[in-house]
Design a protein around this ligand. Structure first.
Ligand SMILES: *[C@@H]1O[C@H](CO)[C@@H](O)[C@H](O)[C@H]1NC(C)=O
Ligand SMILES: *[C@@H]1O[C@H](CO)[C@@H](O)[C@H](O)[C@H]1NC(C)=O
Ligand SMILES: *[C@@H]1O[C@H](CO)[C@@H](O)[C@H](O)[C@H]1NC(C)=O
Ligand SMILES: *[C@@H]1O[C@H](CO)[C@@H](O)[C@H](O)[C@H]1NC(C)=O
Ligand SMILES: *[C@@H]1O[C@H](CO)[C@@H](O)[C@H](O)[C@H]1NC(C)=O
Ligand SMILES: *[C@@H]1O[C@H](CO)[C@@H](O)[C@H](O)[C@H]1NC(C)=O
Ligand SMILES: *[C@@H]1O[C@H](CO)[C@@H](O)[C@H](O)[C@H]1NC(C)=O
Ligand SMILES: *[C@@H]1O[C@H](CO)[C@@H](O)[C@H](O)[C@H]1NC(C)=O
Ligand SMILES: *[C@@H]1O[C@H](CO)[C@@H](O)[C@H](O)[C@H]1NC(C)=O
Ligand SMILES: *[C@@H]1O[C@H](CO)[C@@H](O)[C@H](O)[C@H]1NC(C)=O
Length: 424
């Protein structure tokens, strides 16, 4: 419901009389609804109506919003007018802002210490496409802030700058350059974090050896992280989401990853993990999404994966896996996405699975080796020198092709000399 006209005007008068400028545009008057009381629309606000109207925003905070170029021509506390760029509490006599989102800032907006100090009631601050220079946050704001989101904003931030935000439960920094020698610099004192995203931030260093155990969401995708997954990862038993994709991580996937009993989505894609897929992954009861693509994983696919009841997305493409795929038709049909292409020694049993499923891999011969599509040769031993494409594989090529040829950097280590993309 739109507010009735008198309190609306009253808010405007209260808000703008002291600070009115030529740039403030008046809002559209609310269209009177036919069912509303037939009061004359031009009545000036009476003092009696002020007691029933919601209290207005703290004038200090209103000035701070104006300094940040937030439109204040309508009450910033009214959900309909602000598109939730601002959310207020309901305190009296003045309301205070608890959540602020700055998006698509114009180039002349600057965060000022004074403005942020006035806004120290904020629990949530979001900066989206706001390339303003970072400034030191006032201690009052640091104490109250619970959620900080910075996407493609602030020219560049340092790990120590972020590390001061100790009371955060949610931290999201994406498409921002972070200068820090490792995640531990940022996270050292953030003991209340529940959700952590630092993605496409060129973050270097290695995964923290110890990370406190209440986190439910970790996304470090698209950074420069090196080293291996520490065995202490098993402490994260509240973790539901882990995305470490597109880093430079290596080593084996620790078998202890199976102890992440709350995990639902796991991506280790586009790293340099080697060794085999630990069968313990299949012990994660609620795992829905598993992406291990574009690594150097070898060995066979653990057959226990086909017993994972919740799994809907499985991507094992572009590894060095070999052998007969241990999946039957009912498992494959249950999945929304299954990708296995780019594993040149992996094949499917054509009496169990059909080529119509377009699995991206060749059928097996009777020895469990990928069949050369023109299966005329008796010997499979020289497959490696003469693997060729068939019409059938052209079909499969379509399914995997959107990865683009640049996603197959590991093809050099494969026994076949043809470009991998020709194998689909
Ligand atoms: C604004 O926030 C309220 C409560 O948080 C939510 O119900 C509403 O959908 C939001 N509106 C918009 C436009 O985001
Ligand atoms: C910011 O800009 C993007 C793209 O220019 C646009 O899609 C988005 O709606 C804008 N957001 C706001 C809050 O104006
Ligand atoms: C975090 O919040 C608590 C109370 O909510 C406060 O006592 C403490 O000083 C805050 N921490 C920082 C670093 O501001
Ligand atoms: C990203 O980090 C690397 C060091 O890990 C550094 O050499 C490079 O300059 C950084 N890139 C940018 C754009 O800052
Ligand atoms: C984890 O959360 C529980 C309850 O939510 C809380 O009691 C405990 O102190 C938290 N631990 C840490 C290290 O924050
Ligand atoms: C992990 O992050 C990448 C890049 O940000 C994204 O494309 C992918 O969908 C994410 N995976 C999951 C499981 O969310
Ligand atoms: C898998 O790779 C590891 C090291 O990357 C190697 O030690 C092991 O022998 C390989 N196993 C197979 C079956 O190729
Ligand atoms: C987890 O994976 C499922 C299945 O792929 C997907 O629908 C869902 O959006 C993912 N969740 C998150 C938080 O990315
Ligand atoms: C498919 O495999 C699963 C797990 O191995 C098994 O439980 C199920 O009975 C199999 N279904 C058929 C039709 O063979
Ligand atoms: C393919 O499946 C059939 C029927 O289950 C089985 O007899 C045969 O040994 C399997 N072939 C290979 C190469 O695993």
């Amino acid at each position: 419901m739109r507010p009735s006209l008198p309190p609306f005007l009253l808010i405007l008068l209260l808000l703008f009389f002291p600070t009115i400028t030529s740039s403030v545009s008046l809002p559209q008057p609310p269209t009177p609804s036919p069912t509303s009381s037939p009061s004359p629309t031009k009545t000036p606000p009476s003092s009696s109506s002020s007691s029933s109207s919601p209290s207005t925003l703290d004038p200090k905070q209103l000035r701070a919003l104006q300094s940040l170029n937030i439109p204040t021509s309508t009450d910033p506390c009214s959900p309909s007018s602000s598109r939730n760029a601002t959310i207020c509490d309901s305190s009296k006599p003045f309301r205070h802002i608890v959540s602020l989102r700055l998006s698509n800032c114009s180039s002349y907006v600057a965060l000022s210490y004074t403005a942020l100090k006035s806004l120290s009631t904020l629990q949530s601050l979001q900066l989206l496409n706001c390339p303003v220079p970072p400034i030191r946050f006032p201690p009052e704001l640091i104490a109250s802030l619970r959620s900080f989101t910075c996407i493609n904003s602030l020219h560049k931030v340092s790990g120590t700058w972020l590390s001061r935000l100790e009371n955060l439960t949610d931290l999201t920094v994406s498409d921002v350059l972070i200068k820090a020698s490792g995640p531990y610099v940022i996270l050292g004192h953030m003991n209340k974090l529940k959700s952590l995203t630092i993605s496409r931030a060129n973050l270097s260093g290695s995964l923290p050896r110890y990370i406190h155990s209440n986190l439910s969401h970790i996304d470090f995708s698209g950074n420069q992280l090196k080293g291996s997954i520490p065995p202490s990862v098993t402490m994260l038993d509240s973790l539901e989401f882990l995305n470490l994709s597109s880093n430079a991580l290596h080593g084996e996937i620790p078998a202890s990853i199976g102890n992440l009993i709350s995990l639902q989505n796991l991506s280790l894609a586009s790293n340099s993990f080697s060794g085999s897929i630990p069968a313990s992954i299949s012990a994660i009861p609620d795992l829905v999404h598993l992406d291990l693509s574009s690594n150097q994983l070898n060995g066979t696919i653990p057959k226990f994966i086909s017993e994972m009841k919740s799994l809907r997305y499985l991507n094992l493409a572009n590894n060095n896996l070999h052998g007969v795929v241990p999946f039957n038709l009912s498992f494959v049909k249950k999945l929304a996405v299954l990708k296995m292409g780019g594993n040149s020694n992996l094949c499917y049993n054509h009496s169990v699975l059909s080529s119509k499923l377009k699995l991206g891999i060749a059928p097996c011969d009777k020895y469990g080796m990928p069949m050369s599509p023109p299966p005329s040769k008796d010997s499979y031993a020289d497959d490696s020198s003469d693997y060729d494409d068939s019409d059938e594989d052209d079909d499969k090529h379509k399914k995997e092709h959107h990865h683009g040829p640049n996603k197959y950097p590991k093809s050099k280590s494969k026994p076949y000399s043809k470009p991998l993309s020709a194998l689909f």
